[in-house]
Design a protein around this ligand. Structure first.
Ligand code: LHQ
Length: 263
């Protein structure tokens, strides 16, 4: 697609690699545009049944490219950050949350500012031992964006989320795991293989049921139990009509492994 973002599909898994390693994969407009485009391509492609987001080099992403911000300031072009968020970061975050396929963040190194938000927006987070997580917004006089004010209090409760946001404390991978921000931490050299195994397992699973589970849980974050029960019943009707549901039941009865097609 472009040099700034690598896109590869193998065994049902689309791997999107942020590729500005000299800048710890900080986001400039080109990278944000390429990421948005790649997510849309992965969502549309029926051959893609799981998405992995990772970074090239020693960083996952250092968030907004501050050199680009400084350059714009120096040239006298004041940018509306609201517009910038609406047109780029927020499109990406909405796409990840709305896409009815599992999205895994393979956090290979530091995830700072909007880079941390991007990792939080994914469905699962597997981090290398040397990864670090920093809410760096406050260091440049900004508020957490790209979803961090929504994800963090839900994952950590208000007090810890607020503390991280206003102190920019650096969390190591083990601390982030203990707080519940991560699914797993693996040795640095094993990240790619561990994520590949998990992603391929998910790409061979009933994609429609995974997608509907994501839809149900996204919605349940803001509803009552009563509403969640009603919505589960509606979605179960849809899942119950899928080919993969029939295949799962047939395979169980025939005492053989199921072969899910993602339909
Ligand atoms: C960078 C960056 C970077 C450019 C490392 N930019 N070059 C904001 C505004 C507008 C709209 C939307 O949203 C946002 C949200 C945000 O994301 S605000 C937060 C922006 N990010 C930060 O404040 C993090 C800044 N970076 C750092 O604090 C450190 O680089 C971390 C802690 C991430 C890593 O530290 P180190 O491992 O010591 O690496 P380093 O600092 O030496 O960085 C390596 C290179 O990457 C270096 O370049 P150089 O040419 O000197 O080797 C850095 O300048 C460059 N880099 N982050 N965000």
């Amino acid at each position: 697609m472009s040099d700034t973002l690598l896109y590869a599909v193998e065994n049902g898994v689309a791997t999107l690699t942020l590729n500005r390693p000299d800048k710890l994969n900080a986001f400039d407009d080109a990278l944000l545009g390429a990421l948005d485009e790649a997510l849309r391509a992965a969502e549309k492609d029926p051959a893609v049944r799981c998405v992995v987001l990772t970074g090239a080099g020693r960083g996952f992403s250092a968030g907004q490219d501050l050199a680009a911000v400084a350059e714009r300031e120096a040239s006298g072009k004041r940018m509306s950050l609201r517009q910038h968020l609406d047109r780029s970061y927020n499109r990406v975050i909405r796409k990840i949350r709305g896409m009815e396929k599992p999205v895994i963040a393979a956090v290979n190194g530091v995830a700072a500012g909007a880079g941390m938000s991007l990792a939080l927006a994914c469905d699962l987070r597997i981090a290398a031992q040397s990864a670090r997580f920093i809410q760096s917004f406050i260091g440049v006089g900004l508020v957490p964006d790209s979803g961090s004010t929504w994800f963090l209090p839900r994952m950590l409760g208000f007090s810890k989320a607020f503390e991280l946001a206003i102190t920019a404390q650096r969390l190591g991978a083990d601390d982030a795991l203990a707080l519940g921000l991560l699914n797993h931490v693996v040795p640095d050299g094993e990240l790619a293989a561990e994520v590949k195994a998990l992603a391929e397992q998910l790409a061979a699973a009933p994609t429609r049921a995974i997608g509907l589970t994501k839809r149900a849980m996204n919605r349940a974050m803001a509803t009552t139990l009563d509403e969640a029960l009603d919505y589960e019943a509606i979605l179960q009707d849809l899942a119950g009509r899928s080919e993969d549901h029939k295949e799962g039941v047939a395979a169980f009865m025939e005492k053989r492994p199921p072969e899910f097609k993602g339909r």
